[in-house]
Design a protein around this ligand. Structure first.
Ligand code: TYD
Length: 209
């Protein structure tokens, strides 16, 4: 990996990842750090097919879905993430391969095989935050702002959460956050960890720079 920093956010839908991603982005911008936020599925061809299916409230056959997520991730790693990291940029990634292990593993596909397939080409994150939350609470949050998509069913998210917790120990530098806590408290914990990584890599501009 290059000189940048890769920060990954993982967790079930409605766990508050996107809010924290935006809060971290604002803090990095204020600190004068060069950063980018990216999401999976991405805007690659495979990613667009997945987004289209989600928007149409359709789920593809599990093997097809997995193949598209893996293809999208490989493409994004090669063409976007690695070049940004080589430039010394802080990349905040909303979902990485643990999403495939958890979401496609929860459909009955072999989680160990998914993990093995993805780690071969995936950039290693400097830190992964797993936003852990009760699926009922996550669905309550989603219901406040929009209709749930086909991934967002309680029984499914219960299995996804179990998969996340079971496979989290296989991801290096992963921290589990209690996503039911106050947003400011969560943001502070994340900043503390990211600030330390930035200092280690000399990516924190000096005050007044
Ligand atoms: P995402 O865009 O993160 O959803 P949202 O913005 O609504 O949180 O992801 C869309 C869905 O794709 C989400 O329900 C999780 C699912 N997903 C997988 O099933 N496997 C994967 O590898 C990834 C990256 C996402």
């Amino acid at each position: 990996m290059g000189r940048g920093v890769l920060v990954v956010f993982e967790g079930i839908d409605g766990s508050g990842k996107s809010t924290q991603r935006d809060m971290l982005g604002r803090w990095l911008a204020q600190a004068g750090v060069r950063w980018a936020t990216l999401a999976q599925p991405s805007s690659s061809l495979a990613g667009s097919l997945l987004r289209k299916a989600i928007a149409a409230k359709r789920r593809l056959p599990p093997e097809t879905e997995l193949a598209l997520f893996v293809r999208d991730r490989r493409e994004q790693a090669r063409s976007v993430i690695r070049p940004l990291l080589r430039e010394g940029i802080v990349v905040v990634l909303d979902r990485h391969y643990l999403s495939s292990v958890a979401y496609q593993g929860a459909l009955g596909l072999d989680p160990a095989a998914i993990l093995g397939r993805c780690v071969r080409f995936s950039p290693v994150a400097d830190v992964t935050f797993l936003f852990d939350i009760d699926p009922s609470e996550a669905l309550r949050r989603i219901a406040k702002s929009r209709h749930a998509d086909p991934f967002e069913r309680r029984d499914y998210l219960v299995r996804v959460r179990e998969m996340y917790l079971a496979w989290a120990p296989r991801v290096p530098d992963l921290q589990i956050l209690d996503a039911s806590e106050d947003q400011e408290m969560i943001a502070t914990s994340i900043r503390r960890v990211v600030a330390r990584l930035l200092e280690e890599r000399h990516l924190m501009p000096p005050p007044g720079a």
